[in-house]
Ligand binder design. Structure first.
Ligand SMILES: Nc1nc2c(ncn2[C@@H]2O[C@H](COP(=O)(O)OP(=O)(O)OP(=O)(O)O)[C@@H](O)[C@H]2O)c(=O)[nH]1
Length: 304
């Protein structure tokens, strides 16, 4: 039986993993291969699954964060996929808060290691976040470095938001952390996917997941809107948010429109896209040491 090629997409919250995933799925299909997707999301409601078209085998692990049971859950998901579908490529999008090596350990489980050919970890780095990394807590910075260190291919993404000199410096910094991986400069995670055919697995690098998990206090919450809100008031709220809120995504209904907007926010960049149908008005919020009561109160006040 031909083995299934497995790729792990890693990278911090909002770096561009789902953007890459979408293109990767199309590339595989155009090459005549059937891809399957396993998504591991930090939030307890699904937002990114909209990126996957209906014909693609797909399984999702919600709230699958950095807890000690991640491997068990992942193994169950992998088994479910293998049992229910036949496919040629498996793309695993890890939560931005995950250590990619933990995910790789699950793929290597004796339960099905013979079915998989693990190709490597692709790590996407948000260039703007890297530029401002001094603002991050030591734990988050450590996670970012680990994601870079264990990659077979590194995409320094969002280069439209930095200048050329910064790009050069950052590539050098990535290479200092990981001399074996190739570093590509990308916009919207656009790459020549032939790069992925030539990936070489990088192994035997030390990592200490238990220590990482213990100290990292990333949390997520979901706020469900019941009424439309004012765009301007929402933007004021965004500006008042602490820097430790890293990522927002979901659907919001504004007073000026009868249909909701999909909303994405990472590193100071809000993006609104109008939807064509009604969506559940859930907003996923991810950050370090979230003050959930306060956030609920503030968003609640926008609904009045
Ligand atoms: N300016 C700019 N924005 C980008 C680029 N790539 C992605 N984005 C935007 O960044 C946001 C996050 O992108 P995603 O692909 O959803 O990131 P992700 O890593 O999957 O996010 P999580 O799943 O929450 O960790 C989206 O609004 C993208 O449109 C880029 O190269 N430049």
């Amino acid at each position: 039986m031909k083995k299934i090629n497995v790729y792990v997409l890693s990278g911090f919250l909002g770096s561009g993993k789902t953007t890459l995933l979408r293109e990767f799925i199309s590339y595989e299909k155009n090459a005549g291969r059937l891809p399957a997707v396993l998504m591991n999301e930090l939030g307890s409601v699904s937002i990114d699954s909209d990126a996957i078209d209906k014909g693609t085998p797909f399984t999702e692990m919600l709230d699958g964060c950095i807890c000690c049971t991640i491997q068990e859950k992942l193994e169950a998901q992998l088994q479910e996929l293998l049992f229910n579908y036949s496919f040629d490529t498996l793309i695993i999008e890890t939560t931005g808060a995950a250590h990619p090596v933990e995910v790789v350990d699950s793929i290597m489980s004796p339960l099905f290691a013979d079915r998989f050919d693990f190709k490597g970890i692709v790590t996407i780095v948000d260039a703007l976040r890297w530029k401002k990394r001094a603002d991050l807590s030591p734990q988050v910075l450590h996670l970012l470095r680990e994601q870079i260190k264990h990659a077979s291919l590194i995409l320094l993404n969002k280069v439209d938001l930095i200048n050329e000199m910064e790009s050069g410096t950052f590539v050098f910094e990535m290479q200092q952390l990981n001399a074996e991986a190739k570093v590509l400069l990308t916009k919207h995670s656009q790459i020549n996917f032939v790069e992925l055919d030539n990936l070489e697995r990088i192994e035997n690098k030390k990592y200490e997941p238990s220590q990482l998990n213990k100290n990292l206090s990333l949390q997520s919450m979901v706020y469900t809107f019941h009424r439309p809100i004012e765009l301007e008031e929402f933007e004021d709220w965004l500006k008042s948010m602490p820097d430790t809120i890293f990522r927002l995504k979901g659907y919001i209904l504004f007073q000026h429109s009868s249909l909701p907007y999909s909303f994405q926010y990472s590193y100071g960049m809000p993006i609104y896209l109008k939807e064509e149908m009604k969506m559940p008005l859930n907003l996923v919020i991810i950050g370090e040491g979230l003050n959930k009561d306060r956030i609920r109160k503030e968003l609640g006040a926008l609904e009045k």
